[in-house]
Structure formats: C-alpha cells, structure tokens
Design a protein around this ligand. Structure first.
Ligand code: GLN
Length: 225
C-alpha cells in the first residue's frame, strides 16, 4: 500500500543537480532503509503535476543560471502547495540554485531578474568580482559541517527575525562574502550553498531523517483516521 512508503519528491532532478546533489537523496534513502523504512522518490519536472501534501520530504538541488531561469517559470505553479507544506513545518532541503529560487529574486550577470517563489524574504545578486568557490566549514545546530561551494550569487536576508542562517561560517563564504552566514533555516526548510553532497555530513542527514519520519507519521495518521 502506497501509504506504507516514505515519499520523497525531487524537484527538477534532470535540470537541478550540480556537484553530486542527487547524493543527498540517495543518502536519505539509505538511512531510512537502515531504520526499516521503504522509500520512493518521484522526480518532478517541467509540466508535471505536483502536490506537496503527498510527500514526506522535498529536495531541490543546485543548477546553473540558465537552468534556473527555465525552472523558475515552471516552478511558479507550485508556489501555493510549497508554501503550505513549508508553513506546516514539513521538511525540505534546497541547495544553491534551488535555495536561491525560494527567495524573492536572483539578479544574474546580464542584469536580468529570475523571479523566485518569494516564499522567504531574501534575494540573491550576481557579483562578478567574486565567485565563491572552494571548501567550506561551518557550525550548525547539529554541529560542524564540511562541504564544497561554487556560486556567483550572493544572498542577503531581508527579515532577520523571520529567517535564520543554517550556520556560522568558519571557512569559505556561505551566503555572501561579508556576513559569515551559511544557508537558511525557516521552520523545517533548510537551504544551503553546500554541495558534495551536503548530507555526507551525517549529523545533518540524521537530523533530516528524524524530521522525515515525524512527517511520515503525521501523514499516515491523517490517511488512516
Ligand atoms: N551551483 C549552483 O547551484 C549555482 C547557483 C547559481 N547559478 C550561482 O552561480 O549562484
């Protein structure tokens, strides 16, 4: 029965998957299996139908500016279902280009604006003077994380009460070269510039698996009552 399977959605797997990001989903499936949970990944792409309510976890990986501009136009159809899912404290992990698209906009090198979903109050701006590339190290609520970043977009929060960074940067750049902050945490949405994949850091992976199982149990209880 479908209800007995943990359901994961991978948004635009064919377009948004840089530097091993799909490994994040594979690691989560492996850890869920070790805990005795079967899981299934649905790849959601251009023109598909998607209802976040049916899932226990959503993954949105990184992408180059061109792919982001294509995806942004399609993604707008999912704004309300994603907003509801996020507001209800369900788990979602957005990496780099996927993270950028949760904010208000991303201004790319040509000056053109890629509209984000505007679910969270931040924006990203391409700055030619600095490509943020290399190894990163930062501290999160789950402990220290090491990963790899490669982006030109610099992300700035517009409301520091509503959203918090995922971590404090010890090495590398994170959101931008000035603030020593990495990624975002809002309810159970995690956004990060980390590739490599991020979830090779098992402290974060275990934290997300816990959130997924809690969400799965809430969803299953709703189906069976
Ligand atoms: N790796 C990525 O997802 C890159 C994101 C975006 N295109 C940037 O350069 O900022």
């Amino acid at each position: 029965m479908e209800g007995q399977i943990v359901k994961l959605a991978y948004l635009y797997e064919d377009l948004m998957n840089t530097y091993g990001d799909s490994g994040d989903v594979k690691i989560l499936q492996y850890l869920l299996k070790r805990k005795g949970f079967k899981s299934k990944v649905d790849n959601i792409s251009l023109g598909d139908q998607f209802n976040a309510e049916n899932y226990d976890f959503i993954f949105f990986g990184g992408g180059q500016d061109f792919e982001q501009s294509v995806v942004a136009k399609d993604l707008v159809r999912y704004k309300e279902t994603l907003r509801k899912y996020i507001e209800e404290e369900n788990p979602i992990l957005c990496i780099c280009g996927g993270y950028q698209l949760m904010g208000n906009y991303y201004r790319i090198s040509s000056g053109e604006i890629i509209e984000g979903l505007g679910i969270l109050p931040f924006h990203t701006i391409f700055k030619a003077d600095k490509r943020m590339i290399g190894d990163t190290k930062y501290v999160t609520e789950w402990g220290e994380v090491r990963a790899f970043e490669n982006h030109s977009g610099q992300t700035y929060f517009e409301d520091n009460d509503m959203i918090q960074p995922l971590g404090k940067v010890l090495e590398g750049f994170g959101n931008n070269p000035q603030e020593k902050s990495e990624g975002i945490r809002y309810k159970n949405l995690i956004g990060s510039y980390s590739h490599g994949p991020l979830l090779k850091n098992l402290n974060i992976a275990d934290g997300i698996v816990k959130l997924i199982i809690e969400r799965y149990q809430r969803r299953i209880n709703k189906i069976t009552v």
